[in-house]
Write a protein that binds this ligand. Structure first.
Ligand code: PRP
Ligand code: URA
Length: 207
């Protein structure tokens, strides 16, 4: 599996805000939005483009657009905080949704909703989820996308655990990972260490 770790002074400072337990919910959402923009920017670095003439007030120049804007798929709840930044940068993108809550005891993903285009063959997909912990939620999402024909999938995760990366690598899914950092591992509750806590609660408050 291809993994791109986006290591930059700006991603590091935004990550620090996300990790800090004193960061308020609104400040957390703002930092997640800004960091998502940087991850999307890097994820699209080699995206194919088409050119066309664009007329400036002075002359005709070469314009550029993405040949295949990715479908954006936030994993609810926590991925919701990544959609605004992603769709601002790629306004042509469609958005699909997957809702998953992790069972607190078993740590297994419990899916509760899905709203995706029927046919994803030939469509690049960006899955948006700030946390890749055990990888269970991402694997479920990849299963659902593959069932609709997706074959070009990028997981955009702010924080990743080695356990989640191994789970993706050991699957047969055609997935690439773009992440800001790989943390040490998981604790007994399957939280990423040092991590940032519960990414959904940190944005929207406790359930
Ligand atoms: C978080 C996170 C991922 C999942 C990662 O969601 O947003 O979806 O945990 O864990 P995993 O890799 O072990 O599956 P959570 O289940 O806490 O739901 P929430 O987004 O509604 O808070
Ligand atoms: N989900 C979270 O929100 N945080 C973790 O550390 C692991 C899963």
């Amino acid at each position: 599996m291809r993994t791109l770790i986006v290591d930059h002074p700006l991603t590091a400072t935004l990550l620090t805000t996300l990790r800090d337990e004193r960061t308020t919910n609104p400040a957390f959402r703002a930092a997640l939005r800004d960091l998502t923009g940087l991850l999307i920017y890097e994820a699209l670095r080699d995206a194919p483009v088409a050119t066309f003439p664009v007329t400036t007030p002075v002359a005709v120049a070469q314009g550029t657009r993405l040949s295949h804007p990715p479908l954006l798929v936030p994993v609810l709840r926590a991925g919701l905080g990544m959609v605004e930044a992603a769709s601002a940068l790629v306004p042509q993108s469609r958005v699909g949704f997957v809702g998953i809550a992790r069972d607190e005891d078993s740590h297994q993903p419990v899916p509760y909703m899905e709203s995706l285009p029927r046919d994803l063959s030939g469509v690049p997909v960006f899955v948006l989820d700030p946390m890749l912990a055990t990888g269970g939620s991402m694997l479920h999402t990849l299963d659902r996308l593959r069932a609709r024909g997706a074959a070009d999938i990028t997981a955009i995760c702010v924080l990743s655990a080695p356990e989640g990366i191994a789970a993706l690598r050991d699957s047969d899914h055609p997935v690439r990972l773009v992440t800001a950092v790989v943390d040490s591992g998981l604790n007994a509750d399957a939280y990423i260490v040092p991590g940032l806590g519960d990414a959904g609660d940190r944005q929207f408050g406790p359930r």
